[in-house]
Design a protein around this ligand. Structure first.
Ligand SMILES: Cc1ncc(COP(=O)(O)O)c(C=O)c1O
Length: 391
């Protein structure tokens, strides 16, 4: 049996006819740049994540960069972020001329630790950029409290987390009262809030392998109307949309109409895809539970992951990945060189030891996970992994 990390063909077999209809509509209209398809998808996304407005962009990498630029973050500013991520997260900070400051992660969720963030805030800090890693939410209630206290711009890197959410009350009950006080979390509402509606802005990716993937690159920024209007200007070379003049340095950062049409056709399936991913994740838990020395990914209480990836923590990740390849199973080892050890960021001084980041980087192994994965395929993956583990 041959099992890919993600299987876009299986998705195409289920809903490919809707994708082709959407694409045919764009070809018939010949409206390839912006226009109704992009606007419709922007509105649908804003509604889905409970945000005031949205702007369709060339990629999530560009969405992060433009959000920081539009918020006025630049030279001399510090942005606190995580080193355990794809390069695009901290790269966006360098692109606006600001300095990334890496905070450590929480050992279970692998998302930025609010206590570590709090220690790093100083007079130069302008923003916090958490990542919802592998689809699991970062501790947004605590991060939002810190951002409010110090008037910081809170930008969510939600590239991997469309469809994730946090149930506020449950999450709060899970943490003990002292810890809550230490984190500065205010008493609040009892509701489920989607990822994307927690920060001042959130950036999503439609890279084909993401939970909602396009037929190419694409991204989206959601935020309040004022910030979105600024980014709409920057995405068309900084053109003032009313005057037609060019006053700011922008670029070409547009989402293609073709991608927007395809993504809008797929969006109604998002919730069911996340649910199917969760069921598959739970099946892996059952199949793998007794593996000693391996930490299985878990949803923290009150948190709903988008389950973009099912990632095990094990120092043997590389070796297991190699052995599973011999059984025709595709896996992926993530972030073995975290960003603070990449040459691009080597000149930065680390203000705190990244203890949990370093431990995690020793072995993050993603197993095949997609909505259409069969029980039989998962059993095959689990037995291959167990066999590899015993060798
Ligand atoms: C955490 C994270 N941030 C940002 C990005 C960049 O997204 P894009 O490929 O749409 O630019 C990715 C893509 O893999 C990602 O995983």
């Amino acid at each position: 049996m041959k099992i890919p990390l993600t299987d876009l063909g299986a998705q195409d077999a289920e809903i490919g006819h809707l994708i082709r209809e959407a694409a045919a509509r764009v070809f018939a209209s010949q409206q390839y740049i912006l226009g109704g398809e992009v606007t419709t998808f922007e509105q649908a996304m804003a509604q889905r994540v409970g945000s005031a407005a949205a702007v369709g962009l060339s990629s999530c990498s560009d969405a992060l960069f433009l959000a920081l630029q539009a918020a006025g973050v630049g030279a001399g500013d510090e942005v606190i972020t995580t080193s355990l991520s794809f390069v695009a997260t901290a790269e966006a900070i360098l692109r606006v001329g600001a300095t990334p400051v890496f905070a450590d992660v929480e050992p279970a969720s692998l998302c930025i630790d609010p206590l570590a963030v709090r220690q790093l805030v100083n007079s130069k800090t302008r923003a916090i950029l958490p990542v919802h890693l592998f689809g699991h939410p970062a501790d947004m209630p605590a991060l939002r409290a810190i951002a409010a206290e110090y008037h910081l711009f809170l930008l969510e890197d939600a590239a991997q987390a469309l469809g994730a959410s946090i149930r506020l009350r449950e999450h709060r009950l899970e943490r003990n009262a002292d810890e809550q006080r230490e984190r500065g979390v205010p008493p609040g509402e009892d509701q489920e809030i989607p990822i994307g509606a927690w920060g001042d802005a959130a950036a999503f990716s439609f890279f084909p392998g993401k939970v909602l993937g396009g037929a190419g690159d694409g991204g989206m920024l959601v935020a309040d109307l004022a910030l979105i209007n600024k980014v709409k200007q920057l995405r068309v070379h900084g053109r003032d949309l009313a005057m037609g003049t060019f006053e700011q340095l922008g670029g070409n950062f547009r989402l293609d109409a073709l991608q927007a049409a395809i993504l809008a056709a797929k969006l109604p399936f998002l919730d069911s895809w996340v649910e199917r991913r969760r069921s598959a994740a739970l099946r892996y838990h059952e199949l793998l539970a007794p593996l000693e020395g391996v930490l299985l990914p878990q949803e923290a209480i009150g948190m709903s992951s988008a389950w973009n990836y099912y990632v095990l923590q094990t120092p043997r990740a590389q070796e297991l990945s190699q052995k599973m390849r011999e059984d025709s199973i595709q896996t992926s080892v993530y972030y073995s060189t975290p960003l603070h050890r990449q040459p691009l960021f080597a000149r930065l001084t680390l203000p705190q030891p990244l203890v949990h980041t370093e431990v995690a980087a020793q072995g993050l192994l993603a197993l095949p996970l997609f909505p259409e994965i069969t029980e039989e395929a998962q059993e095959y993956v689990a037995s291959s992994l167990k066999r590899a583990f015993r060798k």
